[in-house]
Design a protein around this ligand. Sequence first.
Ligand SMILES: [Zn+2]
Ligand SMILES: [Zn+2]
Length: 202
Amino acid sequence: MSKVAKVEAPYKVLVRDIPLQRTFEVPATDVDAWLRGLPMRDALGRPEGDPEAGHGKAVLELYADGEHVFAVGPFQGHLHVACSRCVEPVKLVIDEQLRVTYMPKHEMPADEDEEDAADGESDGAEVGAGDLDVFPYDGEVVDLEPLFREQFVLAVPYAPLCREDCKGLCPQCGVDRNSTTCECKPPIDPRLAALKGLKLPP
Ligand SMILES: [Zn+2]
Ligand SMILES: [Zn+2]
């Protein structure tokens, strides 16, 4: 895959331009790139470049108080992931009220910096929605990308479902049991088989 150099930095704001209000659009290509690394997506082998990856839009007010920068406003979007049982697409809707603080890096607690490296599988875990979040910035440029990426990553549940009672795929023949019935019989649990053996003396 060729890497196209970014002409602009659509999620970056110069601190000297603050206060301001701005609308930030997150295109599907970015959503796709952010989600591609998620364990769920990899496990299910979703096709790359999913054109329906999602979309997001934030209308943020940014203002500063001393060295702290605040970003407040609604974030709306949606994304598509695969159902954890039948692999059909599931649309997840995001509708959050963002309220985050940007602090100069040197004021941040040490381990909060390494977000990129550390965010592994615990990502769908609870992070109190609407709570005050804190992100680092370098003192001159506020980069909103990690904030937007987090909205999409947190929106993906540990095991997404197309519907509550999705029947999933048949583990033997692979048909989608929501739409097709097959004749497969569930495999016999070896422990049960052993019990049967005991109960049936020759
Ligand atoms: Zn499903
Ligand atoms: Zn089957």
